[in-house]
Design a protein around this ligand. Structure first.
Ligand code: ADP
Length: 542
């Protein structure tokens, strides 16, 4: 017997319509490419998105078309997404930090017919448009008086496009499983692969992310949305924000410590989300300039492991709660979040911190387990470390265009490529990416744990650990350090500092200092590039 409740497709146009009806005055504030700060609200964004939809239909855009967006976080980017979403066209976020070769590949692979871009990217796309023949026209997201002279094909100003549309347009009316957004993973091996979100998966993830046991945000929050929209839907904030009626503050291209501080303070932000690198830059700025964060309550940190030093500094110096999260493009992206649950609430600080530093627990819509290489499930004892697998309505079942073939096992589990343990309370901890784990004498050394321990050294600005070949042990760890400005340290200082903080046999065989580490397109340290850079490096113990 079926239930007798209404069939109400979970399409994402309903999200911005809900915000327009219920929170029309709640603001969306953007830092433009020019540096100027502009203000709009959900009511206006909704109306302009409708006009955009109508103008797009006039230009032949229809259900299922892929439209590229190469833009920072700003209100126009938001309007573009919802203008596309409403008519069932697919926003395809282009990460501007991709190498041009990858960029051309994904635009052509997705068969994008138009690209919306911020002023910043005019030269980049002018240089490569000939290699993207399927793109018929480009829309520049700027004011009319900012419109540059450009050779971009069919270039049009965003404001002219909006003016050409009207609000009388039909939104939604298609199946909730219709494709909604496309985001390519940065592809550490092989070509990038397209993750194709549906209206249903985006809606479910948006609802889930806002929950008290997840990000714990409401309409009373003011959110500084640092994590880019081209990084897995800005971690669902693009949907949770209007669902909850959160005031959104968008930093545009400015993500340095000073700019982030100015927005946090000036707009009285209570919540924010970004990768650890952004927080490191902010904390350095705050320390150098003796600033405080009186309005901020909590920050979500994910994308790579949150170093202990960041969590402790936020706790002790600023009274800001760090919420650690794990996820990936293929998981929409929230997989787990570490919140202080009743079972750990009473624990002494250090003990509680060890749970908060884990990547945490999944929401209802994500199932997870760890297995050995043969696929046998491993115990949730906090000790066994295995391959992390997930499944659920927000997890990919295939890549766009069938790339990579069958990506699920017979029971529908997706192999995340991460190694993890799960403790008896259910908190998951990433031990490493399977390709980064260091295999020493038949045992595994977690590069993440070593990096985090080394980051506790006061002179360390950024650390990375890779395994190098070793005749006796197979691989041994090399610690690579970027020192803070004006700081000095030697290899043996770091080794001495690590003593007692890590297992004896985990001690890096050597420590080298570099001016900077290579970063991938989502801001993470690129281990692939580091391994290449140090491929001829001989450990003193080898
Ligand atoms: P990529 O880094 O391959 O471009 P994603 O941006 O989707 O793709 O990154 C997903 C990966 O980032 C995860 O599989 C995991 O290795 C890493 N990651 C994300 N969050 C965390 C975290 N909190 N701790 C450790 N690793 C993380």
């Amino acid at each position: 017997m079926l239930g007798l409740m209404q069939d109400w497709p979970l399409t994402c146009d309903k999200i911005i319509t809900h915000a327009k009806i219920n929170y029309p005055e709640r603001e969306i504030i953007s830092r433009q490419v020019s540096g100027a700060i502009t203000r709009t609200n959900y009511g206006e964004v909704h109306d302009r998105a409708r006009r955009l939809s109508s103008a797009l239909i006039k230009r032949g855009v229809k259900l299922g078309d892929r439209i590229g967006t190469m833009a920072w976080n700003n209100a126009r980017h938001f309007e573009t997404w919802y203008g596309l979403i409403g008519i069932g066209a697919i926003y395809h976020t282009l990460n501007p930090r991709l190498f041009p070769e990858q960029l051309k590949y994904i635009v052509n692979h997705a068969d994008d017919r138009m690209i919306f871009l911020d002023l910043t990217f005019v030269p980049l796309l002018e240089a490569h448009q000939d290699a993207m023949p399927g793109v018929k026209s480009f829309v520049i997201m700027c004011d009319r008086d900012e419109m540059p002279k450009t050779s971009l094909r069919g270039a049009e100003c965003f404001e002219d496009l909006i003016d050409d549309g009207d609000e009388e347009v039909q939104w939604g009316g298609f199946d909730e499983n219709t494709a909604c957004g496309l985001c390519y993973t940065s592809g550490t091996t092989g070509n990038p692969k397209g993750v194709l979100y549906s209206h249903r998966s985006n809606t479910l993830m948006g609802m889930t992310a806002a929950m008290g046991s997840m990000m714990n945000v409401t309409g009373s929050d003011v959110c500084l949305m640092v994590v880019p929209m081209f990084h897995a839907n800005a971690w669902a904030l693009t949907f949770s924000g209007p669902m909850a009626g959160m005031k959104l503050v968008m930093p545009g291209p400015f993500m340095d410590g000073k700019s982030i501080y100015e927005l946090l303070d000036g707009e009285k932000c209570s919540f924010s989300a970004a990768v650890p690198t952004v927080w490191l830059m902010l904390l350095n700025y705050l320390e150098d300039n003796k600033k405080k964060l009186p309005y901020l309550n909590s920050v979500l940190i994910g994308g790579s492991a949150c170093p202990r030093s960041i969590m402790e500094t936020f706790d002790k110096d600023f009274g800001v709660q760090v919420i650690h999260a794990w996820g990936m493009t293929e998981t929409s992206p929230l997989g787990t979040i570490s919140q202080v649950e009743p079972e750990i609430a009473h624990l002494p600080y250090e003990e509680q911190l060890s749970y908060r530093l884990k990547q945490g627990k999944p929401p209802l819509i994500v199932e997870m387990k760890i297995t050995d290489e043969a696929g046998n499930e491993l115990p949730r004892d906090g000790v066994a470390s295995g391959i992390l697998k997930v499944r659920g309505p927000g997890v990919s079942k295939a890549y766009f265009g069938g790339e990579g073939g069958d990506i699920l096992d017979a029971d529908g589990w997706f192999d995340t490529g991460d190694m993890a343990s799960i403790d008896p309370l259910g908190y998951m901890q990433i031990t490493d990416r399977s390709k980064d784990v260091i295999k020493s004498g038949g045992e595994w050394i977690s590069s993440i744990d070593l990096e985090n321990a080394a980051m506790g050294h006061k002179a360390a600005a950024e650390c990375a650990v890779i395994g190098l070949p070793h005749p006796k042990w197979d691989e041994r760890p090399l610690l690579i350090v970027v020192l803070k400005k004006g700081q000095k340290a030697k290899a043996k200082d770091f080794q001495k500092f690590l003593k007692g903080k890590i297992a004896k046999w985990w001690m890096p065989d050597d420590v080298v200092f570099v001016d900077e580490l290579p970063h991938g397109p989502t801001g993470k340290v690129s281990k692939l590039d580091l391994r290449e850079q140090f491929k001829d490096y001989k450990l003193p113990t080898a």
